[in-house]
Write a protein that binds this ligand. Structure first.
Ligand code: SF4
Length: 429
């Protein structure tokens, strides 16, 4: 098996605008029209990468990792590879197909679509292909996926072929110790995606860290939703990671953190932490079912920062019926006080993905438009475009304040312009 990292190859090429890899670029990649325009710029890099892994006509299977922004690019790649090798089997998986809201007819050009977690099902499918068994067993619906109940027994990941030195954060190795989340925030579709919360045991975590150490890793970025689901678990994790000499970063909730824990985190190599705070205002947090995870955010940010750890946070901006003017102003004031302790802040308008608890309560809150495919972004109560504009302008106000307080932020005006344009073109339902 060989890896082709087309994403980094396109990014490093210099002939595609680098801002397309920032927040405002996501929706452009997700547009079919844009992908058609940019295809000719991508093609030389696809050809170059393909040569590196041998002749396409000899490939048996191609697996494409797809997220929302790359689904049209995956379609174009499939067409391109099939023209070169009509017999190749093409399988897709990744975030775009994770919870499978897609129309099945859109998937007809793939030989297999892996929904959800696929370590086991992909391996079984591949060995069926290799043994010339009936790999099209599931071809009637083409969707194959199986949740892993025990993640401690998964094979140790191989990082061979990933050009980690070319990434923006050079030589940082990703690692997971858990899947899912123990919380149930009302706007979040984590629970629907991962279904249950699972943890790798301490023995397994140590084994994985020993492997990373043996291949010369110096920095690890943990991709867990929360590294501290409980005080006991976080204590165990810190004990294990302290046995090594890594620098590490990851995401935590603002719970189970005090001065001693912050000191231990720093001593264990923790350099940067992201906390999905969302808001500092209890009444707004209540709508999001996030009062308990975020209630101590302000003091936790200070404690961590005072102990040498860089902090980034996520903040959500809404509008009525979830967030009053006073609640928004309160968040602005607290952010002003906290700015000296913060490295970066991700400010996002409230999105309501399909199937989340907030989406299910849409009638109670009087929300409209949520049934449409883009309703999670363009939901409203009264006037569709006006309501969206209020949310975006509040975000802009918050970002302007953060910029005055010397916190870097990429060009949000462009993002607002694109969101309003797309919402205007999107059919009203
Ligand atoms: S803590 Fe984060 S990942 Fe977990 S449910 Fe809440 S928003 Fe989702």
């Amino acid at each position: 098996m060989r890896i082709m990292d087309l994403n980094i190859s396109f990014f490093n090429s210099g002939n595609i605008d680098a801002s397309l890899w920032q927040k405002e670029g996501f929706n452009r990649w997700a547009s079919q029209e844009f992908c058609k325009q940019v295809w000719y710029k991508c093609l030389p890099h696809i050809e170059e990468q393909s040569i590196n892994v041998g002749s396409i006509s000899e490939w048996d299977v191609i697996g494409i990792h797809v997220n929302g922004a790359s689904k049209h690019m995956a379609g174009s790649l499939t067409k391109y590879f099939r023209e070169k090798n009509p017999n190749v089997l093409i399988a897709v998986g990744g975030p775009e197909y994770f919870s499978m809201n897609n129309n099945l007819s859109d998937l007809s050009h793939f030989d297999a679509v892996f929904q959800g977690e696929a370590e086991e099902s992909f391996t079984t499918w591949l060995s069926n292909v290799e043994n010339k068994k009936n790999h099209s067993l599931h071809k009637s619906n083409k969707i194959i996926g199986k949740q892993m109940k025990h993640i401690s027994n998964l094979p140790i990941p191989s990082y061979d072929d990933f050009p980690l030195q070319q990434y923006v954060r050079k030589g940082v190795y990703p690692m997971e110790t858990t899947r899912g989340c123990i919380n149930h925030c009302s706007f979040c579709d984590n629970a629907r995606m991962w279904k249950t919360f699972r943890m790798k045991n301490c023995h397994r975590i140590r084994k994985e860290l020993i492997n990373l150490s043996s291949i010369g890793a110096g920095c690890i970025s943990f991709c867990d939703t929360l590294l501290n689901p409980s005080a006991k678990r976080f204590g165990d994790f810190l004990n294990i990671i302290s046995e090594f000499h890594f620098r590490w970063d990851g995401m935590i909730q603002a719970k189970y953190i005090d001065k001693n824990i912050a000191k231990t985190m720093y001593k264990s190599g923790c350099s940067h932490i992201f906390i999905g705070v969302e808001s500092f205002t209890p009444s707004f947090l209540k709508h999001m079912n996030k009062e308990k995870p975020s209630i101590n955010s302000e003091s936790v940010i200070r404690i961590l920062s005072e102990n040498g750890i860089n902090i980034s946070i996520g903040i959500i901006v809404a509008a009525p019926p979830f967030q009053s003017d006073e609640e928004f102003e309160n968040d602005l004031q607290i952010l002003k006080r906290l700015a000296p302790f913060l490295r970066t802040i991700a400010v996002s308008p409230l999105c309501i993905p399909k199937g989340t608890p907030l989406w299910c309560k849409r009638n109670i809150y009087g929300l409209k438009g949520l049934e449409s495919s883009q309703g999670w972004r363009f939901w409203y109560t009264n006037n569709r475009l006006q309501d969206l504009e209020i949310r975006l302008l509040r975000c802009k106000r918050m970002i302007n304040q953060l910029q005055q307080d010397k916190i870097n932020y990429s060009n949000f005006d462009e993002y607002i312009k694109n969101e309003m344009k797309e919402a205007g073109e999107f059919p009203e339902i």
